[in-house]
Every structure is written in C-alpha cells, then in structure tokens.
Design a protein around this ligand. Structure first.
Ligand code: F0G
Length: 477
C-alpha cells in the first residue's frame, strides 16, 4: 500500500488559472525571468521549497500564544528546547533566516584568506564566505558527476580530496568544513552517516571545525534510514540527532525542514565562539531571545521541528517525489538519479539537444513549463553557473544544464504533480519546438535574480507562436 500524508487540508487557498495569452504576456513583461513574475500569474509554483510549506493547525495554535516580550520570552524557551532536544548544542540562537545565520557564524569562524571546504556550498553560503575575503571550495564525491548513477549517497564529500588538501600546502588556510545536508547544490542528494563520520575524524585529526548546513536535516535523515546499511531500524529523529552529535556547530534555515514561513538557528558547542556570535547577533539581527524573528515565527518553528520528523510524513513526501520521478521517466524526461525528497532536477541538456549551452536549454525548459502550464521553477545550468564576458555572451558553460522543480511541503497533491508531469510529457513529445534564449541585460552581481532575456527567433519558435496555445490548465479561461 502506498503511503499517504498523515494530515488533511482544513484551510486552502485558490491558485490562479491563466490562459496561454496571459502567460505569454506575463513572461515577456518579466523579461523571461521567473523571479520577476508576479505570483498571481503562476499556477503551480515549484520555484522553491523554502518558506512555502503549509503550516499545521498545531503550528497556528502555537503561533497564537507567541510571547512578544523583547527579552526572555516564553516563545524563545520553547524554540530553544525544540532545537536543543534535536541537536544537543548547548548554545542556540534564533536568526531570521539561513543566510543571516551564515553571516553571523562565518564572520566569527573565518579570517580573510581562509578556505571553506564543502560537499557543495549553497549559493548564499558561498556568497557569505566570499564576502569575508575567503574561498568556498566544493569537493563533491566522484559519483555526483554521473547524473544517471543510482549510487545512494551522491551528496557525499570527496574524502580523498579533503585529506589531500589538509596534508598539502593549503592546509593551514582551511578554516572550516561545511557539510550541506541534503546537498541542494548537488542535485538534492543525501550525505551518508559514514561520510559524515569520516569527515569528522579528519577534522579532529587536523583540528578544523566541522559544521553542518542542516536546512534539510530531516530529509537527509530519512534517506539514511532508507539507503544506508545499519540504519534501517532507526527513526529519522535518531539519525538526525546522531548527525548533529558529530559536529561542532550548525546553521539551519528552518524555512525548509522547520516547515515555517521564516526562521533559522545557529547551534554551537564552543562557549567562546558562541559569545562572539551572540554579540554580532545582537548588533545586527536582534536580541539573543528573538534574533530577528517574531514570537509567532519562533513558535511555528518549535512545533514544525517535531512534525517534520514524523516518519509517516517523510514517507508520504518521498512517495510524492518518487511517483513524479516515475512519471517523468515514463515520458522520457531524465532527472538526476536517484530522486531525493525536496526537488527533482531535470536534465534539460539531454531533453533539448537542439540547443547549445549558449542558448540556455535549462532556462528554455523553465520558460516552456511556464508558457505551457503556468509552472514556475528554477534553472541550474549555464545561465546560473556559467561565466560570461562583458557582452553577456557565455564563456564557460556549466557542467550540466539542469532545471530544479522544488516540491513545497504539504502543499500540492498528486493531481497537481500529475499535471506537471503531463506538461513535461507534452514538451518531450516534440522538444525541437522549444526556443533557446539570449541574455538582453544582466547585472554583474546576483545576475540570475535580475537578468532579462529574450527568446531566439528560430523557425521552430515561429511555428509554435503561430499555433498559439494548445495546452492550458484544466478549466482555463
Ligand atoms: N543553505 C541551503 C542548503 C539552502 O538551500 C538555503 C536556501 C540556504 C542555506 C539559505 O537559507 O533561504 O533561509 O536564507 N535555499 C532556498 C532554495 C532559497 O530555494 O533552495 P535562507
């Protein structure tokens, strides 16, 4: 019997249903950049799983009793207890979101010129490290390079590469090792406990702090119970507790596995480092008992942290992702294998073989999903990860042309995902119809949020325009 979600909807919100003409107009006005779209023109929003999860009645009940005292509020103590039960960190600070936690912690861990090693740094993490004059070096394991391999822990760090750096000329510059669980920048793949323990041993030997970016700690723990020898009998909570127990500290955006609209924490063992972080937090985020969060946010997070570790919830989430992966496989749309939990990463380069990296196949597929189905998602290919010259021409393409479709927690049903699979299957029937794109205008920094694009007027594109809209959401006007 397939797992089902251990909850039912009590409050729902309508989603916009648009015509093909409305979508074409909205996307053109947005400069063919999904980040510029107004959300009321998006039918299925798979841009991110961050801050987009549905809250529970228990979370809202807790939020209602939020204690807004500036200092020492009851909400803080409930928050701290929930995080401390899970992580065992003696020093815990609330922060408004993950990237702020990164800034506060890294400012106090790293000195300019140092290096951070990671399985893969998330983009804000990398930015916070580089802003400090440090280097963020990604060392994904070799299996990660094979998108089709079913290897269970492609989120792991390359242990040989870590050992080599720590015994080479750069060893004195390594300021921290940061393990991202699950590896969002690396196809949403999990990290094994064996890999985490091995890194911990290396860090001990070389006296380098080991930190977690634990945004999706529950999903990583669940995948460990499913895939790692010796963990089948563990609960996700037991695995998560063990993972936090291995490290010196952690940052975690709670907009993902806190199932909260806003929130994050910093957890630390070293009292002296904690004291420095606390000063920085008070100066830049808020007092140590709220850290930039409203009382209701602290309450939602405290409750969310227990709900997210419910094995029935995680099994139902895994079933959603696996089922969608299956449907896409049947339609001939390849993804990064094996599917994780929070997102599927579509192999756009393999689907749109008529488009070279310079025509941005990932971006083209993302635009096509919106134009045909009102589905919003994010490119993870040459547009985002490539390098460009001053005329916005692509110089170095990304290794892969991917599109991430992220699954918000507890939000969409199987019928919504069937619809997404249907639109992708339709695109896959005649991928040559999908036009490439060129960059019209792009800022130097944070380019993918603000750039403007336009479709290349290929013959195929003109044909498609002439046919106008064939597919639109059920009941579209
Ligand atoms: N670390 C990871 C692994 C993340 O995925 C994110 C955010 C952050 C840190 C930053 O946390 O958003 O609370 O400041 N990821 C979102 C995403 C934005 O869509 O993957 P934040």
């Amino acid at each position: 019997m397939s797992p089902f979600p251990p909850y039912r909807a009590q409050v729902v919100t309508p989603i916009p249903v648009t015509t093909a003409g409305q979508r074409a107009k909205a996307l053109a006005e947005a400069g063919y950049n999904g980040f510029n779209l107004r959300a009321n023109t998006v039918t299925i929003d798979l841009l991110t799983d961050s801050g987009t999860g549905a809250v529970s009645t228990d979370q809202e009940a807790a939020a209602a009793r939020g204690d807004r005292s500036y200092a020492g509020s009851d909400s803080f103590f409930r928050f701290r207890e929930a995080v401390s039960e899970l992580t065992s960190f003696p020093h815990i600070f609330p922060v408004h979101q993950g990237r702020a936690a990164e800034r506060v912690l890294f400012t106090n861990v790293l000195r300019p010129g140092q290096i951070s090693l990671s399985n893969t740094h998330f983009d804000t993490t990398r930015a916070n490290i580089e802003l400090l004059g440090c280097e963020a070096r990604d060392l994904p394991c070799a299996e990660a390079a094979d998108l089709d391999s079913e290897s269970p822990f492609k989120g792991n760090i390359d242990l040989d590469a870590v050992a080599q750096i720590l015994s080479g000329p750069d060893s004195h510059r390594v300021g921290m090792i940061l393990m991202t669980i699950t590896n969002n920048g690396g196809g949403g793949q999990p990290v094994s406990m064996a890999n985490l323990k091995a890194v911990r041993d290396i860090c001990r030997r070389h006296d380098v702090p080991l930190l977690l970016d634990a945004a999706r700690f529950a999903e990583n723990a669940f995948l460990v119970t499913r895939r790692e020898d010796g963990y089948a009998g563990h609960t996700p909570r037991q695995v998560a507790e063990e993972a936090f127990g291995l490290v010196d500290g952690a940052v975690a955006s709670l907009k993902k596995d806190g199932i909260a609209p806003m929130g994050a924490f910093i957890g630390l063992r070293d009292p002296e480092l904690a004291q420095r972080c606390e000063l920085n937090l008070i100066a830049t985020e808020g007092f140590r008992t709220y850290g930039g969060l409203a009382a209701h946010d602290l309450e939602r997070v405290a409750q969310g942290l227990s709900e997210v570790l419910d094995p029935a919830y995680l099994a139902a989430r895994a079933a959603d992702t696996e089922r969608l992966a299956q449907l896409l496989g049947d339609a001939g749309v390849d993804i990064v294998r094996p599917p994780g939990l929070h997102a599927l990463y579509l192999n756009a380069g393999r689907l749109l073989t008529h488009l070279p990296p310079s025509a941005f196949p990932g971006h083209s597929l993302a635009c096509e999903l919106y134009l045909r189905g009102g589905i919003r998602c994010a490119e993870l290919g040459s547009l985002y990860l490539g390098t460009f010259d001053e005329h916005n021409e692509l110089v170095t393409p990304a290794p892969f042309e991917l599109v991430r479709i992220a699954l918000p927690r507890r939000v969409y049903s199987q019928a919504h995902y069937d619809y997404v699979a249907g639109i992708l299957a339709d695109i896959a029937k005649d991928p040559g119809q999908v036009p490439g794109y060129r960059v019209v205008d792009a800022p130097k920094l944070l380019r993918h949020f603000n750039l403007r694009m336009e479709p290349l007027r290929t013959p195929a594109f003109t044909r498609r325009e002439a046919r106008s809209s064939r597919v639109s959401p059920a009941g579209s006007r």
